[in-house]
Write a protein that binds this ligand. Structure first.
Ligand SMILES: [Zn+2]
Length: 307
């Protein structure tokens, strides 16, 4: 009798364990269908969405409409990173908060793509802006190709079964970036002026270096300080010298500085979008990084008087 009871208990326990395992498999398949990716800035979000296609659920940490350099994550963002498969960010010089979070979270499955490690960095000292790396790495399109490769490596590592799919998507995206780079080279080769005057922060250092332009911006690497009267006077003088009649302003920021320059010189305003942050409207309309940068090229050609 005692033996039969023990056998019965063991059989029930085995059955329960079996049912639990079945459930667990169903649950983990359900969650495991798509790779969960968290990206800090818009370019990484867009690249990960294209590489991952319908096999990834990508979320953008920086909310639309919010300034990128002063962003700090909420507890719910940390929870997101803690349950993600892949996390994409620039590096300590752009997201100084990430280091402690990555040490503190308990997510052994997380694959981290540190974009700043896969590109060639420009330093503030090269650009006359003091020490530290220039964080706007995606504005060199060759860097962006390397970032796509970094994201691809993480996808293939996390989901090798679908590697052909990810490789093809990354290949197509890199070809589009290459074509765009060629359009920039051709489009900016014959212009009335090579000096780009920007009423926003110093975000286009990589771009101007790649295409041989000069760059004067009203603010430093982050839009956290107002230019002095002397800085403004300098921008106004440069604009009067180059004589094309356009001044560029930054997306999602007050165009006050560019407007002041415009009032003083009669120059017209043109948008030059850093792509580091995005409006709610553009996000809802699925505007891509390539769409934004293409629009930048159109405005640069007008603003610099290119043939
Ligand atoms: Zn910036």
């Amino acid at each position: 009798m005692k033996k039969r009871i023990i056998f019965l208990i063991l059989a029930v326990a085995a059955l329960l364990a079996f049912v639990w395992m079945l459930n667990y498999r169903v649950i983990s398949n359900k969650n495991g269908e798509k790779l969960s990716v968290v990206a800090t800035l818009f370019p990484y979000y867009d690249f990960a969405k294209i590489v991952g296609g319908d096999k990834a659920e990508v979320s953008l940490l920086l909310p639309p409409g919010i300034e990128a350099h002063s962003f700090e994550p909420k507890p719910s963002d940390i929870f997101k990173i803690n349950s993600a498969d892949i996390f994409v960010y620039t590096g300590d010089f752009m997201e100084p908060w990430a280091k402690d979070i990555l040490i503190g979270i308990n997510n052994k499955k997380l694959s981290v793509v540190k974009a700043g490690d896969v590109v060639s960095l420009l330093n503030g000292s090269d650009e006359g802006l003091g020490s530290g790396a220039d964080p706007h790495i995606w504005l060199d399109l060759l860097n962006s190709e390397n970032i796509v490769d970094g994201i691809l490596t993480a996808f293939v590592k996390k989901d090798p079964q679908n590697s052909d799919f990810y490789i093809q998507n990354a290949h197509n995206l890199k070809n589009e970036l290459k074509d765009l780079d060629n359009s920039f080279k051709a489009g900016l080769s014959n212009c009335q002026t090579k000096t780009l005057i920007y009423g926003g922060h110093y975000a286009f250092g990589y771009l101007v270096k790649r295409y041989g332009l000069n760059y004067l911006a009203a603010q430093g690497f982050a839009p956290d300080s107002e230019p002095t009267a002397r800085d403004l006077a300098n921008l106004i003088n440069e604009l009067k010298k180059n004589n094309v009649g356009y001044v560029f302003y930054e997306e999602l920021s007050s165009p006050k500085i560019a407007e002041t320059i415009s009032e003083e010189t009669g120059a017209k305003l043109l948008l030059l979008n850093t792509a580091e942050k995005i409006t709610k409207e553009d996000l809802n309309n699925n505007v891509s990084f390539i769409d934004i940068i293409k629009e930048d090229l159109v405005n640069l050609k007008t603003g610099l008087g290119c043939q």
